[in-house]
Design a protein. Sequence first.
Length: 460
Amino acid sequence: MRAALVSVLVLAACSSITVTPPTADVPATEHPRDAAVDAAATIDQPAALCVTGRTKACPCADGRTGAQTCGADGTYGPCACFAMDSGAGDVSDESPAPDAAPVEDIPAASAPDAAARSYDYVINRMMLDEGAEPGVTTRAFYGFNLDGRFSPSRGASQQPEDCSHGDYFSVVDPDQNSGACMAGAVGGGTRCQGGIDNQLPNLAQTIMQFQASLNVQALLNVRLNAGRDLVLIRVSGVNGALGPALNDPAVTVQLYPFVSPMFADCADVARPNQMYAIDNRSLNVPGDLDSARVQFSGSIVNGRLRVTPTDASTAAPNFPLPLPIMGSNFGLRLYRTRFRFTMGETDGTSGNLGGYAAQTDLVEALTTIPALMQFRDAAGPLIQGFVDVATGEPVASCASPRGGIGIGLGFSAVRAVVAPMAVSGGVPGMCGAPPATDAGAPGDVPRDVASDALDVPGDG
């Protein structure tokens, strides 16, 4: 039974990802930065100050196309040149030839909203909750209230829809709790009831109890530090300056789950304002950076971005979450996904991500791995024990085939510069690209295969 438990839980992230085009009611937002790539006019007059953080294409001395970013002083920096079409992937700080006219920045007056800005961030760290270690009581605080319930921890007070699991208290987003909660008090105090649905730490803890090498947090660290599984978030239509006073009721959020670093040193993953190229696997239309396959509507409250899903995300997954297990990187399809983080000029802080995985997805993963099909009969009851979200219509249920397992992760991000052209696969020689001798390594295949069948619609 011990071997069965380990095998079953290892497969918890083994469901394939599929993404369909985003729903039609998600407006396509024009990014002045991307529009600048197509601008053909030259500048015959002194250029006006550019908008800080905006990126545009620029010609390199040898005829290649590069990109340059507007700095805090209102002027564009040097042209960063790279050769993506040839696959060489070399990067230099080469300036454009003296007689080459830079591409003109699109005039602010021609933008849909002259005051609106776009911000790009790349998630470079993901964190499980503290306490996800053997012998330590887990207190989850990342994640969200996914079922609208505030489930008590005492079984005598629970209802069937609580799935025999009490909800956790959130110190990251207190609005996910209920009652008279007090900051600094354990669990918010005796009159506070948490609402967080998150069983990922319990899954990770159980896996580690049986095989210490299966440390999900350590595996996440290795992948992200190596420039793999990075997720880029673009927030556009932002009106106002970043900071705690910023409130914007409507912004557009585009998510790119496949991006490639355009730098060789992976230590730069931790640094802001590094260049990343969006992989065509993240796009509905290859080469069109605005055609993100995963899109959301959001708002900014006191400087903190909030993305809340629509009812459609209950019927279909709306977020592909990469999760490395046993040398492979599986895509976990999340439902009712939402995330928040505080937007800064150089980084994104206090990130919070939550959604649930269908228990049937985890069990069905066994049917795709012949060597583990023998554990299918035991998988159902074991996975059922982690269900904490009742799902289904017209009456929600925790019992299979309904029921979901809450997933919560913290994250941090840094500001990113987006290359003007998309790529297909890792750029040779750059951080995150597998060596030519190991391009087919098992750890890279599952995610690439999963991207071919991505079917996670966005929320409008």
